[in-house]
Design a protein around this ligand. Sequence first.
Ligand SMILES: [Ca+2]
Ligand SMILES: [Ca+2]
Length: 273
Amino acid sequence: MLRLFAFLCLLVISTTYEIRPIVKDGLPGFTDVTTAPFLKIGEGYYYIETVLTKNWFEAYETCRLIGSELITIETIEEWLLVNQYLKDLNIDGQPYWTSGTDLANQGQHVWFSNGLNITLDEIWYPGEPNNKGGNEHCDQMSFSKDNNPTGVNDYNCDGAFSYICEAPQPKTAAFIVWNWFDAYADCRLIGAELITIDTIEEWKLINQYLRDMKIDDVPYWTSGTDLANQGQHVWFSNGLNFTLDDIQVNQIMMEAWNTVMKCPLPTMVLQLD
Ligand SMILES: [Ca+2]
Ligand SMILES: [Ca+2]
């Protein structure tokens, strides 16, 4: 009965501390999150394959394998920036597949990545698209360092060329971050302590609850610490050593330190009885 009551408390209190990530576009400037294999050019993220050559379909599939699409040029700024980058790479005349195609409707070129018509007339190479030989349905872009015109050209989709993949805009999910002391203080404010795992049953029950609520994908602070004696982990709530060696309590303890944490799961009844 005591156990049940403890469980109900856990339910009520943890609902108060629902995990609600704040999702924003882009990457925060203060982190060193890697975007590899994509490099940032302007506001976009691209993977430029300069060695391997593939037909349009295979190139597209290769981009899909890394969660991206063949490049789509939305603005003149993007067009100029990517071309400047190719110029800086000093790669002359090498064509790259883009996501442009008129395979669906001959003569109506769209970006396959979003289905929108190609409306930037100025990015076409002079005289293109010309559907030469009646068999040009995939669009490539090429840069020439000799001040020759740079532009998009429709070409035979079976041709083997390099390609540029473009990744979707990254998003950042932010969680409220509490360090262990903040978390403990917050628990004290509501008359509780950070969780202490006294029994295997408690461990299983709480983990089951986290799984059922689908909130088991982030770590949680516990009251465990070895701040007093390095290497000797105790439950701070009662000063007792860890004795449940066969469960992963130690594991969550270790990973808890210096990690992004969510709110405590108080077991106030168990601690106060
Ligand atoms: Ca783009
Ligand atoms: Ca052509």
